[in-house]
Design a protein around this ligand. Structure first.
Ligand code: PLP
Length: 464
């Protein structure tokens, strides 16, 4: 049939009346401001925090009733709102999990936003849906999961893990979940939100290397069975946030298979390391997961937000989340997937465009090299610490994370040193605890970080 697009001149380009000329002018201004930020971020602070009064004084006020100056408003956002935050893309932001997003990903995000892309149903978004299915399959392949594994992009690790847990329970029914004291704190919240009662959440003390103790896991499973409870799933971590530790995945996979348990892996932080040779060795066994979470906004160079859950059983996500039973299992047959049926989100933006563009622009090789560099930088940090009598390494470099302590008087000083370094603006590091011991922690996954950045940061931390 001939298409009828009903074209005609004179229709406004902007829903609220901005002219195309002004749209271009402001759009170019925004691009310039962002590229300026990318070029000069190393000269600014790694983290900055304002007071509520300061921020409200500039950003607050009554509802703006009449049109305002767009240039001024944009600059206010840049100078005040966007200045006062952790700059996770700064080369010396080593705290928590940095967010070194790539520019191709930013462009993908802008394109999707500019087109108001929606990835809810096949009928309403076949293009963005295809991009998402393709991207999820690229991730599946890179992480070694079998063909037929399904997946979905959500806002991040917390929601990706929750999506996996809801799916496990829909497939297998109620039961006990096994974690460790190193499992990310969002996981206990996910389980609580899903209605797991406290006696269905078993938190094991991690072993000396901060790993899940498989012997104690087996004993806990047996004890629960003996007490009439039903063991449901094990939540292993592939790269803990605190120390980058990987649980003994092959042994846990064996136990899950023998006991008929769902094997979930939270690789929100660490799973991208599988793209590099060193990371792949550390993460062996990850491909055996029933469900696996990876957060591209952590270590795949994506801006917030995007997390991904992969589920080995074809159709399990749809069985858990289909919004209308009439559609159940009708969508995937011809490749016409309705992504609204794979998570709790109905209207959902296309988080896949940025990832797709990143892979197309830099190639997996470019991403792999950047990940390898992050791993190597943590190893460099460890070697500097070992060569310096002022420092003791507490946990070695693992997947881009190293923790360490002052040889003398660390306990009281770590938090103060980290805070004054952050206040100086030079760098941001985390002060945390490892099995109750106070430590400092660097996460070195930003490929724009130099060895000199690390040398200077360690030196400032060592100096009272
Ligand atoms: N799991 C791990 C291992 C994490 O490191 C994090 C966040 O740092 C999460 C889950 C939660 O992810 P998000 O903050 O994207 O919800």
């Amino acid at each position: 049939m001939e298409k009828d697009h009903g074209s005609g001149p004179g229709r406004p380009a902007d829903a609220l009346g901005m002219t195309p000329k002004e749209m271009r002018r402001l759009g170019h201004l925004v691009v310039d401001l962002v590229v300026d930020h990318c070029e000069s971020r190393a000269d600014g602070p790694a983290i900055q925090q304002g007071t509520p009064e300061e921020l409200r004084a500039v950003l607050g006020g009554p509802v703006p009733e009449v049109p305002g100056d767009a240039d001024r408003a944009i600059r206010t956002l840049v100078d005040t709102a966007l200045a006062n935050m952790q700059h996770g893309d700064h080369p010396r932001y080593f705290a928590r999990v940095p967010g070194p997003s790539s520019f191709a990903a930013v462009l993908g995000e802008w394109l999707g936003t500019g087109h108001n892309a929606i990835a809810t149903s096949w009928g309403g978004g076949s293009g963005p849906t295809t991009v998402e299915l393709v991207v999820v399959d690229w991730l599946r392949e890179l992480l070694g999961m079998p063909e037929g594994t399904d997946g979905i992009l959500v806002s991040g690790g917390s929601l990706a893990n929750l999506t996996a847990f809801a799916t496990a329970r829909a497939e297998l029914g109620d039961g006990v979940a096994y974690l460790t004291d190193q499992t990310h704190s969002s996981i206990a919240r996910d389980l609580r939100a899903l209605g797991f009662p406290p006696d269905h959440v078993r938190v094991l003390r991690s072993d000396e290397q901060l790993r899940m103790p498989v012997g104690e896991l087996a004993a806990a499973v047996a004890a629960d069975r003996a007490a009439g409870r039903r063991p449901l799933m094990v939540v292993a971590t592939a790269g803990t946030t605190n120390t980058g530790t990987v649980d003994p995945l092959p042994e846990i996979a064996d136990l899950c298979r023998a006991e008929g348990l769902w094997f979930h892996i939270d690789g929100a932080y660490g799973a991208p390391a599988a793209l590099s040779a060193t990371g792949a060795a550390a993460l062996a066994g990850m491909e055996r997961a029933d469900s696996l979470v990876i957060d591209p906004h952590k270590w795949l160079f994506q801006p917030y937000d995007v997390g991904c859950v992969l589920v080995r059983r074809p159709g399990a996500l749809e069985r858990a989340f289909t919004i209308n039973a009439e559609y159940l299992n009708t969508s995937a047959a011809g490749g016409e997937v309705n992504l609204r049926d794979r998570s709790l989100e109905l209207s959902r933006r296309s988080r896949a465009l940025k990832l797709w563009l990143t892979f197309r622009v830099y190639g997996a090789a470019g991403i792999r090299a950047a990940i390898s560099q992050g791993i190597a930088l943590a190893e460099f940090t460890e070697s500097r610490l070992r060569a310096d009598p002022r420092w003791e390494v507490v946990t070695p470099a693992q997947l881009g994370v190293v923790t360490f302590a002052l040889t003398h008087g660390g306990d009281g000083a770590h938090a103060t040193r980290a805070a004054s370094l952050a206040a100086s603006g030079y760098a941001a590091v985390t002060s945390t605890t490892v099995h109750g011991r106070s430590v400092l922690r660097l996460c070195t996954i930003n490929p724009t970080t130099t060895e000199d950045d690390i040398i200077q940061t360690l030196d400032r931390l060592a100096t009272p």
